[in-house]
Design a protein around this ligand. Structure first.
Ligand code: NAP
Length: 483
């Protein structure tokens, strides 16, 4: 199946932080792929901005190198020169006064203006203020802001208030790249474009839900940043909360940005406050792949968690009685992100006790190998009587859609195109972000005020034993972490 490319209108896209890691690894390679796909007009302009003093030619070389490095094997090198011709560069210090008039001079009237803030959040306000001060914050402008969006409720509110001074909420695109993943959007398609699941999608039929985001890497390289953040701020408050919302939300009246985001917000507001017995924190120990967490962050006194497991309850009619277990961590057994919906067992089995049916599971895999599968019971083939066996009904996107994986749009490229289209459905609204912080803040402050230390866990394991007990206590077990 060949995916349809729906072209976007002409635009000027300014990327602040254009010399940074994210721009090199994701933004420029993504834009190049969309260019090759013919998704945007060849009149579009991409303007890189950062403090580094360099001319257009030097910056184009930098982008050329980044694309070759981060899109290995993509081919299409022949089209790189055409793509690079769309790119120019302005040297700007977000906190300075130089360069803004030059940038303004590059912006064409009558096209969409998008400003991507791929810089430290501390600079978001400065850039917004200067864009407005130089007349670049008109109705055709939109801004894209990266995570982290605040580090608690107060800072998120302050950031929202700063941006709101210069831009309307409809112009602010808070990016969470998890929402740009094909599978995450498919979750909405599966739920709301089929009759099969929705009638069962509630506490009467769903036993529990697990969301796992496991990484094999440690925090090496970004230890200082991570040690001020931790797994709850880095993963739970944003990405995993967003996944939870998409699973738990009511059907929106329409696939429309505010209708979807209203429903997600209701889920966050319905989350029960967490008890300390429902949360497990861990720190990885040294292993064959590197030092332990405390050495990685060079802070032997650190109490920051590199792993967290939570048991969440949603207090509404649909979900009361169905726990949602979330876990995320570094230096775990495998790199995987998945959601597992475990349904209840049939109320009565007509088969022998040894053949009792096992619960159906819907497994939604976000990475690696995006796809979904549903486990069902069938009769084991052959003449040996009625023996039951559990088999997966597979929908790996690579197979189902005839795409070999390299053709799957990366989350960033899809989301940037949505910005140009003016579609905010897959971006977080300010009140959602604040509600998520309002829920996580007490968990974080209670921990920070205490003395307890995270539980150590072996590198390459599934996390601390206490995380296993979190489910064992409820007579359940985690799905094995495997890629
Ligand atoms: P980075 O590699 O440190 O790059 C920062 C960029 O900002 C550079 O281009 C830097 O260029 C520019 N910059 C720094 N100070 C500036 C100033 N005063 N005025 C103008 N430009 C300035 O950071 P990154 O990893 O690309 O991350 C960028 C943003 O994305 C951050 O908010 C980060 O949290 C977020 N993010 C990154 C990733 C990732 O995978 N990298 C993932 C998720 C979110 P000059 O030094 O030339 O000015």
């Amino acid at each position: 199946m060949v995916s349809r490319v729906i072209p976007v209108e002409d635009f000027d896209l300014v990327i602040f932080g254009a010399t940074g890691d994210l721009a090199h690894r994701k933004i420029f390679p993504g834009l190049f792929r969309r260019f090759v796909a013919g998704q945007f007009p060849e009149t579009a302009r991409i303007i890189g901005a950062a403090r580094t003093a360099q001319d257009d030619a030097a910056f184009r070389n930098e982008v050329d190198r980044a694309i070759r490095e981060f899109l290995p094997g993509f081919g299409e090198e022949a089209r790189l020169a055409e793509f690079l011709a769309l790119i120019s560069y302005v040297s700007i210090d977000a906190r300075g006064i130089n360069g803004w008039d030059e940038l303004k001079g590059k912006i064409r009237p009558g096209v969409v203006h998008a400003f991507y803030f791929s810089v430290a959040p501390a600079l978001f306000g400065d850039i917004a203020e200067r864009l407005a001060g130089h007349g670049m914050a008109d109705e055709s402008s939109r801004i894209v802001v990266e995570k982290p969006f605040g580090r608690d409720l107060a800072s998120a509110k302050a950031l929202n208030a700063t941006l709101a001074r210069y831009f309307d909420e409809k112009q602010i695109y808070r990016i969470d790249h998890y929402l740009g993943k094909e599978t995450v959007q498919n979750l909405m398609a599966v739920r709301f474009a089929n009759i099969l699941f929705e009638p069962l999608w509630n506490a009467q039929y769903v036993d529990h839900v697990q969301i796992t985001v496991a990484e094999t890497v440690g925090v090496g390289g970004r230890g200082e940043y991570y040690d001020h953040s931790g797994a709850i701020r880095d993963m739970i408050q944003n990405h995993m909360m967003q996944l939870l919302c998409l699973i738990a939300m009511e059907p929106p009246y329409h696939f429309d940005p505010d209708a979807v985001r209203d429903e997600k917000l209701k889920v966050i507001r319905a989350l029960e406050p967490l008890k300390s017995s429902e949360i497990v924190r861990g720190q990885y120990l040294a292993g064959p792949d590197g030092p332990g967490y405390l050495d990685d962050v060079e802070n032997t006194a650190s109490r920051t968690e590199s792993f967290v497991a939570l048991k969440l309850s949603i207090a509404n009619w649909r979900w009361t009685g169905t726990p949602f277990y979330l876990r995320t961590g570094k230096r775990l057994r495998a790199r995987t992100s998945e959601i597992v919906i475990t349904f209840k067992e049939p109320p009565h089995s007509i088969f022998d006790e040894t053949e009792a049916p096992k619960a159906n599971q819907l497994v939604i895999k976000l990475q690696p190998n995006e796809g979904m599968h549903l486990t069902v019971m069938i009769k084991e083939p052959g003449p040996g009587g009625m023996r039951l066996v559990q088999v997966p009904l597979d929908m790996s996107f690579a197979d189902a859609l005839g795409q070999d994986g390299t053709d799957m749009p990366d989350a960033y490229e899809r989301l940037i195109m949505d910005v140009i289209r003016g579609n905010q459905t897959l971006f977080m609204r300010g009140d959602e972000v604040e509600a998520a912080w309002a829920w996580t803040d007490p968990i974080i402050s209670e921990w920070e005020a205490g003395q307890a230390r995270p539980e150590p866990y072996d590198a390459g394991s599934s996390g601390p034993d206490e995380a296993l007990r979190l489910l064992h206590r409820d007579n359940r077990r985690w799905r094995e972490i495997r890629s």
